[in-house]
Design a protein around this ligand. Structure first.
Ligand SMILES: C[S@@+](CC[C@H](N)C(=O)[O-])C[C@H]1O[C@@H](n2cnc3c(N)ncnc32)[C@H](O)[C@@H]1O
Length: 255
């Protein structure tokens, strides 16, 4: 599917990330136990157990390049490319200029380069269904046979998501432009079942459940929330783990 117009929703997403770009890395460096847990858990879990040796990596929605920094400090001669729709986020990154791609993935030209692994972390939440479909089909076309696509989603069935949606109404009265919770744009959440039905051309190898904290307790009691989350993560499974997890990571292989 080829989209010719940038959706108005995407324009709001670009404006939002352009406006928070300078501050964004503070979340990774934050001494706030919740932020540190939330951002680093996603990177650790997405990259654990993956052999990066001589692999060409594409990071869609790379933001300020935290995945690049993480992998670059561990992999010799890294072959990494990052794309993002927010120019300001890319400007803040340490990704070499010739490895940065600004714009919608489905419109980018990689001049025949194929990738072994494509990451999309914390990004699907901001895509319309049409953008997701267009990007998924592009990823299929730029992955090598048997290549891996690793993607995270906001979990529609989680307590955290339901609480955040409830928090939306009062938050809009006190809206600050640089806070996702009070933002104007729509966020897209999914159940695992919906994702299983919307991954044409890929097979799911593994699912990991992320962030077992719940809004607003994770903001009010960050240290306690993270401690409890760790216990939930280690001791629960099935439906309970799913309901307690705000996000999930899906590991797939191109068919
Ligand atoms: C929450 S940040 C995550 C950044 C990075 N992946 C990380 O884990 O730190 C979301 C990023 O996705 C980008 N983004 C949002 N929608 C996008 C789209 N349709 N295509 C590419 N990037 C997008 C935003 O500009 C932003 O940089």
């Amino acid at each position: 599917m080829k989209l010719t117009q940038t959706s108005s929703q995407q324009k709001q997403t670009v404006d939002f990330f352009d406006s928070v770009a300078v501050e964004y890395d503070n979340k990774y460096r934050s001494k706030d136990a919740f932020y540190s847990y939330f951002f680093w858990q996603r990177i650790f879990e997405a990259t654990a157990d993956i052999d990066f040796h001589e692999k060409a990596i594409l990071d869609v929605g790379c933001g300020t390049g935290q995945l690049y920094n993480f992998l670059n400090s561990r992999i010799k001669d890294i072959d990494y490319s990052g794309s993002d729709i927010s120019q300001n986020m890319l400007i803040q990154s340490k990704i070499p200029a010739n490895c940065q791609y600004a714009g919608n993935l489905y419109q980018l030209d990689f001049r025949g380069k194929l990738f072994d692994i494509v990451f999309m972390l914390g990004v699907s939440t901001y895509m319309t269904k049409e953008e997701w479909n267009a990007n998924l089909s592009k990823i299929n076309s730029i992955l090598k046979p048997g290549g891996k696509f690793i993607v995270s989603f906001t979990n529609k069935n989680s307590f955290d998501y339901k609480m955040r949606m409830l928090g939306q109404v009062p938050a809009r009265f006190f809206k600050k432009d640089n806070k996702v919770i009070g933002r104007k744009f729509v966020i897209h959440s999914y159940s695992l079942t919906e994702i299983e039905q919307n991954l044409d051309g890929f097979k799911i190898d593994q699912v990991k459940w992320l962030n077992q904290t719940i809004f607003p307790f994770n903001k009010i009691f960050p240290v306690l929330s993270v401690k409890i989350a760790d216990k939930i993560n280690r001791n629960s499974k099935g439906r309970i783990l799913e309901t307690m997890s705000s996000d999930f990571l899906v590991f797939t292989t191109k068919l």
